[in-house]
Ligand binder design. Structure first.
Ligand SMILES: [Zn+2]
Length: 82
C-alpha cells in the first residue's frame, strides 16, 4: 500500500503517514531521523521531534490512492463497507 505523504510539522520534510485505525482523517507520521542527524550520548541517531506525531491526512491524496487501486473492480455497494 502506498502511503500518503504529509509535511512533518517539525522538519517540514515530506514524510509518509500511516492512517490511524478508526480515525480516517488522521495519520501518524513515520519515525524519521532528525534533519541534521544528531546523536545522543550513546551515539544513537535521534528521531525528529515530529516522528509519530498525529496529523490530518490530505484527504485529496487519500481519495486518489483508493481510486488508483482498482475501484472499477469493486461492486457498487462496496463503499458501504467503509
Ligand atoms: Zn520531521
Amino acid at each position: 500500500m502506498k502511503l500518503p505523504r504529509v509535511e512533518c510539522p517539525s522538519c517540514t520534510r515530506s514524510i509518509a503517514a500511516e492512517p490511524v485505525a478508526g480515525r480516517l482523517s488522521k495519520g501518524r507520521i513515520w519515525r524519521h531521523d532528525a534533519p541534521d542527524a544528531r546523536r545522543d550520548a550513546d551515539g544513537h541517531l535521534l528521531s525528529c521531534a515530529g516522528s509519530l506525531e498525529i496529523v490530518d491526512l490530505p484527504y485529496g491524496q487519500l481519495e486518489i490512492e483508493i481510486e488508483a487501486e482498482g475501484s472499477a473492480m469493486l461492486p457498487d455497494d462496496a463503499m458501504a463497507l467503509f
